[in-house]
Unconditional design. Structure first.
Length: 230
């Protein structure tokens, strides 16, 4: 967690899609010691997005081998079966795209809550924010995608700042305890602008894991505030 001048705090969630899996154990210990508070696990099935990534067994392994809470971001279609697998894997957060459901997405929200995990909705860049007008349930996280989902290392879409601000307004007007998270192309060059939009959670992958992790983390910290502390 980083404290900075703009608001209170930004939680850094480490996206391990960008990590070296051969060194993942040591790297997760390193990022935890540097102040990273969560792990972000992208699960892809080559249907909703044109890529394959981790199975939910990997979430179980993460939960058993290290203490950081795990956010599971489901990019699967239909999402119902992988929601059940994520619950079985004891994911702390389960985040899904509403357009990936076979039925009313509210039922998925209820399923996740009843299983004991926190629930998040992810917004594809092509999904209009007007879609949020139909959301009548309480959620724990709204994840604004700032790249087209499916691959690590993409560049942040600059027009996304307006979407992030609009998402913040929607949360403030309709939700009681919902985080605003951003995922995609987040790094030292844009983190301050993103944080100033009222973001609570920044999902960071390539900018954290590519190269020297300790130096990358310091760069992220100083991008927000040279006096920031972990």
């Amino acid at each position: 967690m980083i404290e900075y001048a703009g608001t209170d705090t930004v939680i850094i969630s480490a996206s391990i899609l960008a990590a070296n899996l051969l060194e993942i154990g040591a790297d997760l210990k390193r990022v935890k010691s540097l102040g990273v508070q969560r792990i972000h696990l992208d699960v892809m099935d080559n249907h909703y997005v044109p890529n394959l990534s981790f199975g939910l067994g990997f979430c179980q392994a993460l939960k058993s081998q290290q203490p950081l809470p795990v956010e599971v971001h489901l990019m699967t279609q239909p999402v119902e079966s992988t929601v059940v697998q994520a619950l079985d894997a004891q994911a702390d957060w389960i985040i899904f795209h509403p357009e990936t459901t076979k039925s009313d997405y509210h039922k998925i929200v209820e399923l996740i809550r009843s299983g004991g995990s926190r629930v998040g909705l992810a917004l594809h860049p092509n999904l209009s924010l007007e879609w949020l007008d139909q959301v009548t349930c309480q959620i724990d996280q709204l994840l604004v995608m700032t790249v087209v989902p499916g691959f690590s290392g993409q560049s942040f879409m600059d027009h996304s700042l307006n979407r992030i601000k609009a998402a913040r307004r929607w949360i403030d007007q309709t939700q009681t305890a919902c985080e605003l998270a951003v995922d995609g192309g987040v790094g030292p060059n844009n983190l301050l602008a993103i944080a100033d939009c009222g973001v609570d959670v920044a999902v960071i992958g390539s900018a954290l894991f590519s190269g020297d992790i300790q130096q990358n983390t310091l760069n992220i910290k100083h991008a927000i505030d040279s006096d920031a502390i972990y």
